[in-house]
Write a protein that binds this ligand. Structure first.
Ligand code: MG
Ligand code: MG
Length: 284
């Protein structure tokens, strides 16, 4: 984890939040499209093309292409790949655990989200992969629920970790929580301050301000969190070959409540089950 400014928190105005909801919804709909279309026999590049076309057709720019050295719209991380898998000629097989990460910029504002899919659907899945995905998603929502104005930002990572510890105990298995990659502020760029650890960290935390927008993105493995980067200089894989899942949402928090910018319903349904006030943000 690098250094970052601890005390400055830039909240967005309602107009800016509306722009971010527009970008977030485009990401949500693109991921929904990918989830609907993915089939055994497709390549990861097929999915990338589908996503790029969808984003551009709806007035967006694939913002991953704005990251120096990256030319694709998605990251497609298969099985033991944790994050930053590059779309290419790899043919997807039934039962593959595919984490799809997608981002879009619309009118200068950014969205970023990721979810794991099982190629061929749940019936093709290994049960432990479905549990891993479910538990990782649960931990993401625990982190979202812990994001409150005037609270320490690091409460988010602590809630993610506590949720995964609970799930580990319940399943009778040990999860690896990847600590080498973190969530981030998001706004006029995809990656901004502050860094958002997806695990518990000691030390003084920045305080959450009204209108803060961040991406929370737990990466969890069925084995150890130890990882390495492949020769392509992007793809992060587990060293022990265990499978990984990556869930991510871009989230806005205001005095009025929380809006999950990259959820189709803004998080309304799930936040209600968590007792978190929902702030509806109408897209611009
Ligand atoms: Mg992402
Ligand atoms: Mg991100």
């Amino acid at each position: 984890m690098g250094l970052f400014s601890r005390d400055r928190c830039e909240g967005k105005t309602p107009e800016q939040l509306a722009m971010m909801r527009t970008a977030g919804l485009l990401v949500a709909r693109t991921l929904e499209l990918v989830a609907r279309q993915v089939r055994p026999g497709m390549t990861t590049l097929d999915l990338d093309t589908l996503a790029e076309t969808h984003i551009r057709d709806h007035g967006g720019i694939p913002n991953f292409q704005l990251v120096p050295g990256y030319r694709h719209t998605l990251c497609t991380s298969v099985n033991d790949e944790i994050v930053h898998g590059i779309p290419g000629s790899r043919v997807l097989e039934a039962g593959d655990l595919l984490s799809v990460d997608c981002g879009a910029e619309v009118a200068g504002w950014n969205g970023d989200a990721a979810l794991p899919l099982v190629v061929g659907g749940p019936e093709a899945a290994r049960p432990e992969d479905l549990e891993l995905s479910e538990d990782t998603e649960t931990s993401l929502w625990a982190g979202i629920a812990a994001l409150r104005v005037d609270r320490p930002l690091y409460d988010v990572g602590a809630a993610v970790e506590d949720s995964l510890t609970d799930s580990s105990t319940r399943r009778g298995r040990e999860y690896g929580i990847v600590e080498d990659y973190v969530g981030h502020g998001i706004g006029t760029s995809m990656h901004m301050d502050p860094q958002v650890p997806n695990y518990r960290v000691d030390g003084r935390s920045p305080k959450v301000c009204d209108g803060l927008t961040i991406a929370i993105e737990p990466m969890v493995t069925l084995g150890d969190q130890d990882n390495t980067i492949l020769e392509d200089e992007w793809t992060v894989v587990t060293r022990d070959g265990s499978r990984a899942a990556h869930w991510e949402h871009s989230v806005a928090v205001t005095e009025a409540g929380t809006c999950v910018l990259t959820a189709l319903d803004g998080g309304r349904e799930r936040l209600a089950t968590l007792g978190v006030p929902f702030a509806d943000i109408t897209p611009a």
